[in-house]
Design a protein around this ligand. Sequence first.
Ligand code: KMH
Ligand code: ZN
Length: 269
Amino acid sequence: MQKLIITAALTGAEVSRAQQPALPLTPEEIGIAAAECAQAGASIVHVHGRHADGSPTQDKEVYRQIIAEVKQRCDVIVQVSTGGAVGMTPQERLAPVTLQPEMATLSMGSVNFGGDVFLNHPADMEVFAQAMRAHGVKPELEIFDSGMLTTASRWLKKGLLSGPAHFDLVLGIPGGMAGTPEALMYLVAQLPPGSTWTVAGIGAAQLPLATLAMVLGGHVRVGFEDNVYYRKGELASSNAQLVARIARISRELDRPVATPQEARRILGI
Ligand code: KMH
Ligand code: ZN
C-alpha cells in the first residue's frame, strides 16, 4: 500500500467560531494551524478564504496571504478550494487557481447541500478543469454522489481530465451520499484504474470512514471543515488533534504516514 496521505481541511466555508471556537479564520491563523497539522502528520492542507468578519471569500489576495503564511512555516501541499461557498459565482470560485497552487478542488457535479443547492454546471466544470490544466494545478475531484464519479470517468476517457486522477469521496453531506461503509465501498469499486482517493466523512462519519479508508488503501481527510468534534459531545481542541489521531491509528495499522514530498510523488505533482 502507498504511504498514507492525510489532508487537513482547516476552515471550510460554512463552519463558524460559534460552532468551533478554535476555527482558524485569518491567513495567519490558517498558517499556524497548517504547521501544527504538518507536525502531526498532514501532508496536504485544504484551505478556504474568510473575510475579517468570518464570512467566506474567494478573494485572490486572501488566498495569496494564506499560501504565504502556510509556506513560511512548513512544506505541506496547499490545496485551494474552488467550491467556495454555496451561491458564489463560478468566476469568483476560480480566482485562487490563477495563483498556481499545487492543488485545487474540482467538484464533479451539483448536489443538494443541507438547505441549499451546490451548483456545478458542466460547462463551468469544464472551464475549471481547463484553467487547472493551464496553470499546472493538480485537481482533486470532489465526489458527493455516485453520478459524479461516472462523469469523472467519462471526462477522463474524453481527455477533459488527465489521469491518473485523485478523488475526494465526500460522504455524509445532507443531500449527498450517506456517510456509511457501504457507500464508500460502492464508490471505491467504481474508481478508474490507477486512481488515488481520499475520504472526507462528514460529522460522526469522519473517524469510521477514515479508518476504513486506511485499511482499503485510500487516503484520509479530517478537519473542522467536515467535523468539529473529537468524539460525541466533545469539541476537538484543534485541527491538529484530529490529524494526530489518524496518524496514531495508521501507525497501529502499519501504514506509515507520507511526508509532503512523498505525497507529491504519490499524486504525481
Ligand atoms: N463549501 C462547499 C459548498 C470545495 O472546497 O471544493 C463546497 C466545498 C468544496 O467546500
Ligand atoms: Zn472545501
